[in-house]
Design a protein around this ligand. Structure first.
Ligand SMILES: NC(=O)c1ccc[n+]([C@@H]2O[C@H](COP(=O)([O-])OP(=O)(O)OC[C@H]3O[C@@H](n4cnc5c(N)ncnc54)[C@H](OP(=O)(O)O)[C@@H]3O)[C@@H](O)[C@H]2O)c1
Length: 244
């Protein structure tokens, strides 16, 4: 059973959210579902299982967020005053948060929310002032995750302190998942294995951390459940030591 919001065990450490990586891979670990033409009913199993975690927020990579963020035009900026690299919280009382990692400010947010979920984006100091002005005008919250690179443990601590996020779903793609794996900040892996043998080479997979050998974290089986349409829902806890 997954811990609920009120469960005192929630939180990988007391200072950051408990992180569950929840995904739909093929049996060979590929994740580009578009190519599989799965029936909608199967994809709704993903939403149902995700909802069962009662998470406060979800986070995805810049590429995966593109279809949700939209394609608003970036306006020219009239003022020349530099905008300080200070976190901007447009809203901290939302029922849920939709978060992206977008180090160079490429997402063109149409608004500060996706359905009822408040949009938050994680940037580096490299983004131009014009982009910060754009995010403010759209009501999108932003946090700085580092000068040139994103420091994930620090970002997670900010998500907890600025927005009170205690449980976070990490929902792909492979690059963001791989970076969380390498940083050692995943507490649980939840996969809804699709009855598909994909076989493509060079497409995103569940964890794309580095070329060659990856961090190879060990897992502990928590539960296995057969779901509609031959989906298999497997949940693992992360083992903190290297040994089985
Ligand atoms: N089957 C599933 O459950 C599932 C779920 C979600 C997504 N997907 C699929 O996954 C595919 C996309 O995966 P992807 O691996 O190509 O992209 P992705 O993880 O969605 O986004 C990667 C980009 O996000 C930014 N980013 C993420 N983590 C970062 C970090 N720690 N530090 C700095 N930047 C970071 C970088 O942006 P910049 O490039 O701007 O530097 C990076 O190139 C799509 O086809 C999508 O449909 C499948």
């Amino acid at each position: 059973m997954s811990p609920s919001r009120s469960d005192s065990r929630v939180g990988g450490s007391s200072k950051r959210p408990y992180v569950i990586c929840h995904m739909v891979p093929s049996v060979d670990g590929r994740i580009v579902t578009k190519a599989w033409s799965l029936p909608r009913a199967l994809l709704s199993e993903y939403e149902r299982t995700a909802a069962s975690f009662h998470a406060d927020a979800w986070i995805i990579g810049r590429i995966s967020m593109e279809p949700y963020a939209g394609n608003a035009a970036l306006q020219a900026r009239s003022g020349r005053t530099r905008i300080p690299r200070i976190d901007f919280v447009a809203r901290s009382d939302a029922p849920s948060y939709a978060i992206a990692i977008d180090p160079r400010g490429k997402l063109r947010w149409e608004s500060g929310s996706i359905d009822e979920e408040h949009a938050v984006t994680i940037l580096t100091d490299q983004v131009p002032d014009r982009y910060l002005a754009f995010l403010r005008s759209r009501g999108v919250s932003y946090l700085f995750g580092g000068k040139k690179q994103i420091d994930l443990p620090a970002v997670l601590r900010k998500l907890r302190s600025r927005f009170g996020i205690r449980k976070l779903l990490l929902e792909g793609g492979g690059t963001i998942n791989g970076s969380f794996l390498a940083a050692g900040v995943i507490d649980e892996v939840s996969v809804l294995i699709a009855p598909v043998a994909d076989g493509s080479v060079g497409t995103p997979s569940l964890f794309d951390a580095t070329k060659g050998s990856g961090p190879a974290r060990h897992l502990k089986l928590l539960s296995v459940e057969r779901r509609r349409g031959d989906l298999l829902w497997v949940r693992y806890g992360m083992r903190r030591g290297r040994h089985m």
